[in-house]
Design a binder for this molecule. Structure first.
Ligand code: SF4
Length: 646
């Protein structure tokens, strides 16, 4: 067994209560590494086609990665994968925090969860020992309360808890799995799958495991960690240490890339009230303390960057407990600029509600923005909304809707289906206001300005996602530093601004394979990556090798990412998904209004030609968008090809 891994996977059958341990060979780990690719191995192998996402046949796989728990930044990540109740096809989401490292220390590389428990339970894993325990008294409680009750019941303060909130119990289609009460496996409804299985929480503790954790080349890994800490103050990642991802608000507004009023504009006039510096100066925990280090900064296990913001509000209608963290850029945008809301305390409070009740802030905020636009257009009326006036800019109504979604009350029950299913249910042309691909709401990065994202949003197997490839600006000039780093993965032909030709598609694909590797090795995309991140691609490979003792090349590592992507795509193909579902919302083809992006839109013909390029370069069938047998064989996935041919 290579260093870094436990070599053990725990299989949990919630229907029978059976718990069994599998010990895969080293070749299995080298082929899949962990995270999403490892999870997909079990989903493809063990889940029957056309399983009900909220039925017992769905499989929820939670796994850590190759370097999780090692003493270097950006390694404490956990991936949740299952068939998604939001998209109807594959779902996949990552989280950070301290849970992933503790899960590794507790003795397992993955939990593969099948069936449905007849009553609420939680999984307790303590230094290699494991059991299912009754969770009746935890059911219906919010995340912070559950953590406290579990610490009291188990008698340990040093546990880590990944859990669902009441929204997951009610199967809100975009329910999240939350750890530390403020980190989320947010996207694609993994919390609803966990809720459908009557699994309230997974609780881990690894005191002995932490002591015994070893890597193959400790000295080289330490040198890389020291190097990272040394270059951090001069790195592009440094600014995240002060304002967190919230600093992106101002940067996007400046270029016309901040989605305003449900993606009709690339600017929002109230942006300054909700950006990173305002958060830093007003609601950041300890905002009145002069010492930056004492201001609400939080981190994941052993990470130097400390990009997580913690806010606190003690007066007014929107009181926020620092335990529930602070809003990220995507959250500020979806509850803020998407909804035309410039009230930062209300946004922070909506973020808190999502962390307490367990919901994805992106889908939640974007679904409310969709409803607001439909209301403004007269397609929804107070008769639909229970008398609520869903106008853009109405912070009070936005917060009320978040509560109603979590509680499954009134109009909140419709919104809890996600915007796509809600538009199907309501009809009346409300689908014109959707911003979904593969039924998932788009995050706050605009393909109108970053055209390669149009192809990624449309083709990504689990729907519109901004963390599945690098964004266009790094390959459109900018810093020489970026160009030097991109050259290491063969990207040497700097592209014109907003181009969508074959070379831009090549850039999107190669970086997609890299990001796909990161979601399999479970490494943070703010720390490892092709351009602005702390560590470059060679250092990413080195991290994997220093931990395991392998001699993996960059090519082999990227192939793990390509393998994962093809497995995700093959899963969807088996469910009947093909090129015809690789679409963008109609409004992306209409001109944006206002600011520097006034008039920008995606050209339909150029987009279709780019899709052709993307499939061709991927060795996927251009007509169907399905991976070819040749490609699957090349990736060692002949067994997946056979599943597709069966
Ligand atoms: S960069 Fe931020 S999200 Fe990534 S591991 Fe570090 S603290 Fe966590």
């Amino acid at each position: 067994m290579p260093y870094g891994y436990n070599g053990k996977i725990l299989h949990i059958n919630l229907t029978t209560g059976a718990l069994t341990v599998e010990q895969p060979p080293e070749s299995f780990y080298r082929q899949y590494m962990g995270g999403s690719a490892l999870n997909m191995h079990y989903l493809l192998q063990d889940m029957p086609p056309h399983a009900d996402p909220l039925g017992p046949d769905n499989i929820l796989a939670l796994s850590v990665g190759v370097a999780t728990g090692a003493a270097i930044s950006g390694q404490s990540r956990m991936t949740a994968t299952a068939k998604s109740p939001l998209t109807g096809v594959i779902g996949d989401a990552q989280s950070g925090g301290f849970f992933p490292a503790e899960m590794k220390f507790a003795g397992f590389d993955a939990f593969i969860i099948k069936g449905r428990s007849p009553r609420p339970v939680y999984l307790w894993v303590n230094d290699g020992r494991y059991e299912l325990r009754d969770a009746s008294r935890l059911w219906g409680k919010i995340t912070g309360e559950v953590e406290d009750l579990l610490k009291e019941e188990l008698g340990f303060n040093d546990i880590e808890v990944a859990q669902i909130g009441p929204a997951g119990e009610r199967e809100v289609r975009f329910a999240a799995i939350i750890n530390m009460s403020n980190r989320a496996n947010g996207r694609t409804g993994m919390g609803a799958v966990m809720g459908s299985k009557n699994l309230k929480a997974v609780v881990v503790r690894g005191k002995e495991g932490k002591k015994n954790f070893a890597v193959a080349d400790k000295e080289s890994l330490l040198n890389l960690a020291r190097h990272g800490a040394k270059i951090f103050p001069d790195s592009f990642a440094f600014s995240m240490g002060k304002y967190g991802t919230a600093e992106t608000v101002g940067a996007q507004q400046a270029v016309g890339g901040l989605p305003g009023l449900n993606f009709n504009s690339g600017v929002f006039e109230g942006w300054e009230a909700i950006d990173g510096p305002t958060m830093y100066d007003t609601i950041l925990r300890g905002a009145t303390d002069d010492r930056q280090d004492r201001r609400g900064r939080d981190t994941c296990y052993a990470c130097t960057i400390r990009c997580k913001r913690v806010v606190e509000i003690t007066t007014g209608p929107y009181r926020v407990d620092p335990r529930y963290g602070g809003p990220e850029y995507e959250t500020i945008s979806t509850f803020g600029s998407y909804c035309g809301i410039d009230n930062l305390p209300a946004i922070a409070y909506a973020n808190q509600l999502c962390n307490q009740y367990g919901m994805d802030t992106i889908s939640c905020g974007a679904t409310i923005a969709w409803a607001m636009e439909a209301f403004e257009a007269g397609k929804l009326t107070p008769a639909d909304t229970g008398g609520l006036e869903l106008t853009f800019g109405n912070a009070e109504v936005m917060v009320k809707l978040v509560k109603m979604i979590a509680a499954g009350e009134g109009f909140g029950k419709i919104l809890a289906m996600g915007s796509h299913a809600a538009a199907e249910t309501i009809g009346r042309g409300t689908d014109a206001y959707l911003i979904t691909s593969h039924r998932q709401e788009a995050p706050a990065h605009m393909p109108q300005l970053k055209p390669s994202l149009s192809v990624i949003y449309a083709t990504n197997p689990f729907g519109a996602d901004h963390q599945s490839s690098e964004h266009d600006p790094v390959y459109e000039g900018g810093f020489k530093y970026y160009q030097d780093r991109l050259a290491s993965i063969g990207l040497t032909e700097k592209q014109p601004k907003r181009s969508l030709g074959p070379e831009k598609i090549r850039f999107a694909r190669i970086t997609q394979h890299l990001y796909s590797l990161l979601d399999s090795a479970n490494l943070c995309q703010f720390v490892y990556g092709p351009a602005w991140q702390l560590y470059d691609v060679a250092q990413t490979r080195d991290t994997i090798n220093f931990v395991t003792g392998w001699d993996a090349t960059i090519k082999e590592s990227l192939q793990v990412g390509e393998r994962r992507l093809n497995m995700l795509r093959a899963f969807n193909a088996r469910e009947g998904v093909d090129r015809s579902q690789d679409t963008l919302p109609e409004k992306f083809f209409k001109p944006l209004r206002g600011g520097r992006s006034e008039g920008l839109k995606i050209d339909k013909a150029e987009f279709e030609a780019a899709l052709d390029d993307y499939y061709r370069q991927s060795d996927w069938d251009v007509e169907t968008g399905i991976p070819t047998r040749r490609k699957l064989d090349e990736l060692g996935l002949g067994w997946v090809a056979e599943l597709l041919e069966a």
